[in-house]
Design a protein around this ligand. Structure first.
Ligand SMILES: [Zn+2]
Length: 187
């Protein structure tokens, strides 16, 4: 990334943080409560701007849950080598960790922003679909660039948090093979 782009990215983040926050829902409307999942990207290194972008993508598509910068939630970090382009420590959770691995993102053929959006998708409650490699779905992995969740994925996240139900399993998704799967035609 060029110096100018870095500066632009930083300015973008500052603008986001400085934006006025929405007034919280009135106390007599508990069913409309929005769950907030905090994330810290201080250790995400060069992927930090993509983390903010991914949060914005999910936030613009759902209203029952919100990803916000802050402590005590999901810790995001970037390392050199791992078993997959990215890992999430849990599915449907407000506390946990996401780690990205530079070399595996490069070799997977998947767009970096797609990988970031995908790992947040796990935190937001999504598992992998059957049609791995379908570029239309951010949860399908594949050698794809698309970083925009499809309507089905957004609806599933919306439902999950509207019910305010946390998946009890806490299982960790296995992303070790899905991102380098050949991209399939949309199903
Ligand atoms: Zn995954």
């Amino acid at each position: 990334m060029t110096r100018a782009k870095w500066v632009a990215a930083i300015v973008g983040v500052v603008a986001l943080v400085g934006a006025p926050t929405a007034v919280s829902a009135s106390p007599d409307a508990p069913r409309a409560a929005v769950r907030t999942i905090y994330y810290e990207s201080g250790r995400a290194a060069e992927l930090a701007p993509l983390v903010d972008q991914a949060a914005q993508i999910w936030n613009s598509g759902v209203s029952s849950v919100k990803l916000a910068k802050g402590a005590g939630g999901i810790t995001v970090s970037t390392a050199q080598n791992g078993a997959a382009p990215g890992t999430a420590s849990c599915v449907g959770c407000t506390r946990g960790a996401i780690t990205f691995y530079r070399n595996q993102i490069k070799s997977s053929g998947a767009g970096p922003l797609r990988v970031v959006v995908h790992e947040f998708g796990h935190v937001l409650g999504l598992n992998h679909p059957q049609d791995i490699g379908n570029c239309d779905k951010v949860m399908a992995g594949g050698r794809c660039d698309n970083a925009q969740p499809n309507a089905q994925e957004l609806a599933a996240v919306q439902r999950f948090w509207a019910r305010a139900r946390i998946a009890g399993s806490g299982h960790q998704p296995d992303d070790s093979t899905i991102f380098d799967a050949p991209a399939s035609a949309g199903v």
